[in-house]
Structures are given as C-alpha cells and as structure tokens.
Ligand binder design. Structure first.
Ligand code: IMP
Length: 441
C-alpha cells in the first residue's frame, strides 16, 4: 500500500501522462487535484493516442476509479465532450467521479481570460485561453459556481444573476463586439450539463479517505508543473493553481502525512509554452530541431513550445518545494544523435554565480545560464536495464541525479508503455512499493 504523487518539475509538458499511465496499472484510484482543461495529457496505448484534459489518465484501465477532486476547475462542455469521446472509442467511464466542490468554468471566464490577456499587452501571460485564471479568481472572491450548484435551479439562477450583472459590464466595456450573456440561455444549458454529469458527482475526498483506511494504492496525478505554480513558479507567468505536491492536500482533502512517495517528472531537456522568462531557451536552429524531434506542440492549444537545455537550477528548486523522492526522466531518446549536450548547472546574475532559483520573474529574466557540456550518444535501442543504455546516456542521468540530489527511478525512451526503463509489465512483478529503490547508481 502506498500513496504516490506525480508532479511536473518544469513548466508542464514533462510527459506526466505516460508516467501516470504506467503507475496507474497498480493503483486502485487515480486522482487529479488541480487545474482544469488547460492540461492536456497525452497517453499512447498500442497504436492509439488519447488526449485527456480533465479526466485522470487511469481511465484507460477498465473500471479504475478516477477522481476529479475538489481543487480542480471543470469546464462541463469540455468534460462532456471528453466523456463522449472516450465512450465512442470503447473506453468505459464508469469509474469516473467528480467532486461536488469543483468550480465551474463558465463562458464568461473564457471571454475574460482573453480580455485580461489583451489588456496586458506585452506583459501578457500567454494563457491557454480556457478561462482558468478568471474561474479561480471567482473561487477566491467567493462568487464562483460549483458543481453541486448545477443540480439546484434556484441556487444556480441566483449565482448566475450576480455574476452576469458584473461580467456583462466588463464584456460590454472591453468587447462591445460580443453579445451580452443571457440568463435565459445559460441557465437551461448549465442545468442540462448538471443533469448529464449527475451520475458522476460525488464527495471525492470521502472516497479517498475511506480508500486510505482500506490501505488501497492511490495515485495523485499533477497537471502543469512546479514552475507554473502560483506561489513557487515564475509569477505572474504561472497558472492559477498549485501543481506542486502540497497541492494534493488542499486539492484532494488529505493530510500531508498521508503522502508516501513523490515522483518528479523531468524531461531530458526543457520546454515552455506561453510567455515568461526562460534562462536556457535555445533561440537558434537547435531549438527548432528539438521541437520537431520531440513533437513539442501544445496538446491543448497546438502552440509550438519554446525549447531549451535542461536546467538543473530549476530542477533543484522543484525537488525542494515538492519534497521529491525520485525522478522520472522522460524523452531521453529525443536527445540521441547529438554530439554534445549542454546542461545548466548555475546562473550568472549581475556578475555573481547563483545556484538558487529566483522566483521573481524580473530577476529570472536577468539570469544567464552557466552550462556544463557533456558528450552525447548515437542512439538508444530498445528497453532494458539502465546498464543497457549507452555509456554517455548513463553519465547524463548520473549528472542529473547527482545535481538534483535524488535518485532516478524511471527513464522513458519513447512514447509507448514498453519503452520505459525501471518499469516491468505485470507478471514480472512491478514495483509500486519498490519504485524509489530501483535507481540509477
Ligand atoms: P492558464 O493556466 O491557461 O491560465 O495559463 C497560464 C500559463 O500556464 C501559460 O503560460 C500557459 O501556457 C501555461 N500552461 C497552462 N497549462 C499548461 C499545461 O498543461 N502545459 C504547459 N503549460 C501550461
């Protein structure tokens, strides 16, 4: 029995979907605890590719209990489509449960997301445009609409009236080209969506707590990444939730002592989508090369991702603020064939060398990376043991582990489940309990 948290150590897009999918096999419950449809988790099963925005990747294992927990924000239109698409492709969603407390992303949140972005001009964040920030803002302002409100006509009407009055003033001021939002249209639509989602609505924290009492395996699947955390990321160029491991406690309703293992997912290089400082960004052809080789285009928006060399300063920050036990390194294969690789081991700030990650975006934008150069490797063939990797790839991993100060427990060398080191298929006896022990050394 163990409760494992999977978190992103970078700006999202580390390949958490694949790692969650692997570990989900032995989990009894998979839980998402923050974020919303801004996330796009890609999972490849055989020849099939699934893209999930709200629903935990565990849904691809038949009958697995998959929870959308209290810390998330849900766009019911997108979720409905996600459910229908899975059913159409023969995937059962009977294990899906949605917290009654999740906040609802409304059409006005998406509009306000665009308005806020255009008002900020050059300082814009480059959001996914999914209404995430405005929805969390309403949650904090205590005027948000929650999932359970969709089940009560009078309550929903009252809340919509209060919101529409204010939001329509803003929309008519900043976007006079758009029609005003009407209660007569929104109320029946969202009541209908509530009815559609009703079979899945539950008290998810109770489900988690009672599963813990029964000593079940629970997997918490983080979305986005540490550097996008609203407290510990590169504010204001962040998302509006807490992707770090601590987010599990407030987002799923469990105490900190209930978490057993925290796995940080770290891509062998680094990417960022949206605006904001990015010290190791590669602005020449090498960046384009990594983007094409690694298919670095947003799952949710299709935007090309900015690509850079691995940043160990940022990784150390992620290890500390999450309390990471071990790392899952992904996309190591993308670096194959490069004669030399650069790895950022410190920053230079106004003539000084620093090793701590500055969370102030202005300071970070002044940091220059100090690189170590390491030898590349020709290619990685098949999966096996760490010792089967080319010597230079092993060196690269050792360097990451040594700078991060934590072991590496999983290495992914391709999109498919079997292209993973440190993971054995069922039958050969895996690993849920041994996950941290099976390390590179
Ligand atoms: P928002 O979450 O849509 O408000 O966007 C805020 C910032 O987080 C932007 O830079 C987005 O590009 C980034 N972001 C949000 N979700 C993801 C994700 O799943 N992967 C990578 N970046 C993300």
């Amino acid at each position: 029995m163990a409760n494992i948290v999977i978190v992103g150590t970078q700006w999202g897009d580390e390949g958490k979907g694949k790692i969650t999918d692997l570990l989900a096999e032995e989990a009894d419950i998979v839980v998402r605890y923050q974020g919303g449809s801004n996330a796009g988790h890609t999972v490849r099963v055989g020849e099939e590719v699934f893209r999930l925005h709200h629903i935990p990747s565990g849904i691809l294992y038949r009958g697995k209990l998959c929870l959308i927990a209290d810390g998330m924000v849900v766009d019911p239109e997108v979720l409905k489509e996600e459910i229908e698409n899975l059913i159409k492709r023969g995937i059962s969603v009977e294990g899906l449960r949605i917290s009654q407390n999740v906040h609802i992303v409304m059409p006005y949140h998406r509009i306000l997301d665009g308005i806020w972005e255009s008002r900020m001009g050059k300082g814009r964040i480059g959001t996914t445009g999914r209404g995430i920030g405005p929805c969390y803002a309403d949650k904090a302002a205590r005027i948000g609409i929650r999932m359970s409100d969709l089940l009560w006509e009078e309550r929903l009407r009252e809340k919509l009236l209060i919101n529409l009055e204010e939001k329509n003033i803003l929309i008519s001021h900043y976007r006079p080209d758009l029609p005003l939002l009407k209660l007569e249209e929104l109320l029946p639509r969202y009541l209908w969506l509530g009815d559609f989602l009703k079979p899945y609505i539950a008290n998810t924290s109770l489900i988690i707590q009672s599963a813990m009492d029964k000593r079940k395996n629970i997997l918490f699947e983080g979305a986005q990444g540490t550097l996008l955390d609203i407290n510990y990321g590169t504010y204001p160029f962040v998302t509006s939730s807490h992707p770090i491991a601590g987010g599990v406690c407030i987002g799923a309703g469990i105490g900190p002592k209930k978490v057993d293992k925290i796995i940080g997912v770290c891509k062998a290089y680094i990417t960022r989508v949206g605006e904001g400082p990015f010290p190791t960004e590669i602005k020449d052809g090498m960046g384009d090369y990594l983007r094409e080789r690694g298919a670095e285009y947003g799952t949710t928006t299709g935007r090309p991702r900015r690509c850079g060399w691995l940043d160990l300063v940022a990784l150390r920050h992620a290890v500390k603020v999450n309390g990471i036990d071990s790392l899952a390194i992904t996309k190591l294969d993308v670096l194959s064939g490069l004669p030399k690789l650069k790895v950022c081991v410190a920053y230079k700030l106004e003539g000084r060398e620093i090793e701590d990650f500055p969370m102030d975006a202005n300071i970070l934008s002044k940091c220059e990376p100090i690189y170590a150069e390491v030898k590349g490797w020709e290619k990685i063939e098949g999966a096996g043991d760490f010792s089967a990797l080319p010597r230079e790839a092993q060196e690269y991993l050792r360097m990451i582990s040594s700078y991060a100060g934590v072991p590496i427990s999983i290495v992914s060398i391709g999109a498919r489940r079997e292209q993973t080191l440190g993971w054995r298929s069922r039958g050969e006896g895996y690993l849920w309990d041994r996950i941290v022990v099976d390390t590179v050394d």
